[in-house]
Write a protein that binds this ligand. Sequence first.
Ligand SMILES: [Zn+2]
Length: 139
Amino acid sequence: MNRKSFIATVGEVYRNQGGGSFLCKAAPDQAGGQIMQNTASKWTFRAQGIGIYEDGSIDWDYSTGGYFQTDDQDQEEEKDVRICPVCEKEVERSDMNFTKDCHGITFRLVCCDCYRRLMAKGYDGEYHTEADEQIEADY
Ligand SMILES: [Zn+2]
């Protein structure tokens, strides 16, 4: 049977090629894959490389980060979406990281993409020394 790579629609339930029904919980994001949930067991995971067959069933290459979701976690997840101060995209807290400045001091919380970009030079922000902060430092 033909299999095409596929992006699931958030809120839609799909039949898995190997059995079971899965609710799509999230659009693809920078971490790749999509959050899918088994409608029966609430097993929730990130499905990587989703494909769809001619009969409308889907499967995926592999999954990561699986856990059983409770209603509590559902609510908490909704609260835990932040705005990245650099790219101003909405990001889940779990996909964010604190950058460090040139002295290794926590600087700000940004998304993983911005973190990689900002920290590529080893620190976030401008390079500064103590001398920049204290005018006429005495030696
Ligand atoms: Zn960002």
